[in-house]
Structure formats: C-alpha cells, structure tokens
Design a protein. Structure first.
Length: 489
C-alpha cells in the first residue's frame, strides 16, 4: 500500500511540474511567424501607409516595395524595429506591391505581401514647370551635372574639353576640380562625357570618368581627390576599362553607380550609321573589347581579378554563353541614362537612326534586356533579318518613342524624386537636343503619357543633372548655362 501511495505522489508531482514549465521556445534557427494584419493603404496619390503586427521571436523587420512586375527594392532600411511605415513620393495611379519580413537574431526570416494602387492625381495637381537660372556665364560646353553624395551640397559640372568644375554655394569656382584636357579627343561627339562618384567618396575620395582618348577610344578611368581642397590629382588615373571605337560618333558617355553599388556603363554601337558591324546585337568576344559596344556594362570596381581593375559580378546575366561585363544590349547611342532613386529602374534615352527617338526603361535595372537595336528603331522594324526578328517578344520595347516632327536627338533625363515640388513627383523629364522641347512622362492607367512642360527651351540641351536632394537641372552645351527645374506656384 505504501508503495502504491508513493508512486501516486511521484506521478502527481511529475504532472504538476509539467504543467508549471512552459513549452520549449521555437528553435532559434526557425523563421519567426509571418507578420500578421499587414495592411497597405493609399492615403494620397503619392503616399501609402503601411502597418503590421509584431511577430513573436522577431528582432527587426525589412520592408520592400516593387512597382508593377519589377524587382523588389528595400525601403526604410532592413533594420526596422517599428511596425508601421509611411511611404511617400510615389507616382499617382500606379500599382505597388509591398513585402514585410520578420527577422530574428540568426537572420532567418519570413514575409507577407500586400498590393495597393495609388489614386490618380487631380487635374489641379499638374505642375507648371519653369527653368530657373543657376549659372549663366563661366562654363565652356558643359554637358553633365552631378553630386558627390557627401552632404556638401556641391554640384560638379563636366565640360566637354576635359575639365570638371564645382558650383559651391551657388557660385562657380574658378579652379577646376579636374583638368585632363591633354588626354581627350574633342571633336564631334567626343570628349570628357561622364562622371560618377564612388558611393563611399566621403571616405575614399574616389570618382570615375568616361572620356575618349587622343585615339578616339573610350576610357573608363578612376581618379582620387583631396576632399579638403576639393581638387583631384590628374596623375592618380587608373584605367579601369577601355574599348576600341571604330568610328568617332555614338560614344554615349554616361556612367553611374546603381542602388546595388555596381558601376553601370551604357555604350553606343561604335558609330557610323546603321551599326554596319551589328555590334549592338553581337555577344561573342571581339578584339579591343568591341563586343561591349551597344551594351550596358555592369562591373564591380571594389576589387580586381584576372588582370582587370574590376570584377565581373557573379549575378550578371549569362549572355552569349558566358557571364561577362554585359548587363543588357541592343543600344544605338544611349545619350544620358539615370536610375530612379526610388524604384531602382534604369532609364535610357537612346538616339534614333532615321525615324524614331526612344526612351527605354530597364525595370529593376534591366538585367539581360535586349533593347532591340538594330532589329528595331524605336517601335519601327529596322532590320528583320537579324535574329530574333522584329516580332519577337524577347525584345524590350521603348516606353515612349517620337518621330522627326518632334525632334531628332533625344536627351535622356531623370525621374523627379525631390521634395521641393510635389506636383513634379514621379515624372520622368527628358528633352530633345535639336528642338529643345522639354517633356515629362508619367504612368496613366498603365500607359506612359507624355506632356510638354516647356516648349522650345532652346537647342543644344545636352543633359539633365540631379543633386543630392533629388532636385533636377538642365544644361545647355552651346550657351554654357545651367537651369533648375521648378514648379511655378
């Protein structure tokens, strides 16, 4: 009997201990549960309010957005601790998808998506764009403007002959930031054509230029600058990449760092007329790097490999049977490109041959895209004998094309993402070098719609520029002037 009582008491104690002890916590390597009650609500044509419930085991959250069927881009950082976010500066009448991920200490995560469409803007919200003078004298053939991402507010202006000038506090400095006029060929479409500052320029003082050398070939080179004196050392040049140019035109010139930190370089097709060697569609390796003509290149300048002063990113597309510098192809003369700083989309203004100018859009950066030249010229069939032919669905059609009645040499621009002029938000601004018509594109009911913002702003508008705050500028090559785009009250 005593044995039976003891056994019953032990069993009861065991049950009590079991009830008192909590269950084992989830394994730390397990993903936390999806954030619950995730909502995305459009609060205006340009903003969306997001909220979700906390996830057990999560230490932080990552919030991402994509436009239409594009790629996801992180917004608000990847270490959010709050459970709400207000996304602003969006485009009216546009479909967005959001994804929130719950992340624990080991990095394991899970996520949930919500989609929302922003309402259309009212007719009263149309901008009335004007050009406000920034610099009227002192520049010689300026053709680009950018910033150094260093918080200084300085603007850097590229002069075609081979100088880079600084606008500091609204005043043009007399001393050049860089002078390589002795290195450049300067005829026609040649010269110092592009400038991009390293994302960590604030600490490393490095920047990159695109110029044609004395032989007329394209050179991508790195230089270093003294940030205190704001003067670069011309002797610090390190050639990153060079490409033989068979003719003296179609050199393109823009280069820029994408949101992924890689350096993107769109190149023209080598020139002449009609791309006689079909460089834009050929992917096999050629001497003098001519297989890079008519392509968008993507390289990693934060390292070197195989005797190159850069690395080929492993996630570049496999084209022509191999992974190379080529990110996209099928371009004729991409005169000015830009990244939408909000979506990561790559916008390209590609100059036409006989009949059409085009604006191309590389959603999510445009990985592996074939923009069509010289199979297509804009939306028109140019040479159907070249594979895959004009009717192929594998070609990326322009989001906008215009004929000779509107101009003859497109100058690509930027999507406005500044904060000073909300009515300009989300519009892509561009112009034509010949006619000077300044236009904008915006997405209306799934179609990119053009609006004339300024008629005949002057010929020779060679480029747009963007400052660190996202405000936009336009540059006159012939007049040596720079204006800021503003919305009139």
């Amino acid at each position: 009997m005593r044995y039976l009582v003891v056994s019953l008491l032990l069993a009861l104690a065991s049950c009590q201990d079991s009830n008192l002890n909590p269950p084992n916590p989830p394994s730390p390597t397990q993903a936390p549960p999806n954030p619950a009650q995730f909502s995305a609500t459009a609060t205006s044509p340009t903003s969306v309010s997001l909220s979700w419930s906390a996830s057990e085991g999560a230490t932080r959250y990552s919030l991402e957005r994509r436009t239409g069927n594009g790629s996801y881009t992180t917004i608000g950082g990847s270490n959010l601790t709050a459970t709400s976010y207000n996304d602003t500066g969006l485009t009216p009448n546009t479909a967005y998808t959001y994804r929130v991920k719950a992340i624990n200490n080991t990095g394991s995560s899970s996520g949930v998506e919500r989609s929302v469409t922003t309402p259309g803007a009212s007719s009263g919200s149309e901008p009335r764009v004007r050009l406000a003078s920034v610099v009227s004298t002192g520049l010689t053939q300026p053709l680009y403007l950018t910033h150094a991402r260093d918080g200084s507010g300085d603007l850097y202006v590229v002069e075609k002959a081979g100088r880079i000038r600084i606008i500091e506090g609204g005043t043009l400095r007399s001393q050049p930031f860089l002078d390589i006029t002795g290195k450049t060929s300067k005829g026609g479409e040649q010269g110092l054509l592009g400038l991009a500052f390293h994302p960590d320029y604030r600490n490393n003082g490095l920047f990159y230029v695109n110029y044609t050398n004395s032989s007329g070939d394209t050179v991508i080179a790195r230089y270093s600058a003294n940030r205190s004196s704001k003067v670069a050392d011309p002797s610090s040049e390190q050639v990153v990449l060079s490409v033989d140019q068979p003719y003296d035109n179609h050199n393109a010139g823009w280069l820029g760092f994408g949101p992924d930190g890689m350096l993107y370089i769109p190149l023209g097709d080598g020139g002449s007329g009609g791309d006689p060697e079909n460089y834009a569609q050929r992917l096999e390796a050629q001497s003098g790097n001519r297989h890079l003509l008519g392509k968008v290149l993507r390289i990693d300048v934060n390292g070197s490999e195989q005797g190159r002063n850069y690395r080929i990113p492993a996630d570049n597309p496999r084209l022509g049977g191999r992974v190379s510098e080529i990110w996209a192809y099928g371009l004729r003369n991409p005169w000015r490109s830009s990244f939408d700083r909000q979506t990561g989309d790559l916008w390209i203004g590609d100059v036409g041959q006989n009949s059409q100018e085009e604006i191309s859009l590389g959603t999510g950066g445009g990985k592996g895209f074939n923009y069509g030249w010289k199979i297509m010229e804009g939306n028109a069939c140019y040479d159907n004998s070249i594979a895959p032919g004009c009717s192929s669905n594998s070609l990326t059609r322009p989001v906008h094309a215009y004929g000779r009645g509107d101009g003859y040499s497109v100058t690509g621009g930027y999507v406005y993402r500044g904060t000073r002029f909300p009515r300009m938000q989300g519009r892509y601004f561009f112009t034509d070098f010949g006619t000077g018509n300044l236009w904008s594109l915006r997405l209306v009911n799934g179609t990119w719609t053009r609006k004339t913002e300024v008629a005949s702003a002057g010929n020779g508008l060679a480029s747009f520029g963007e400052d660190e705050q996202g405000e936009l500028y336009v540059i006159s090559l012939f007049g040596g002037q720079i204006w800021r785009l503003e919305d009139q009250p």
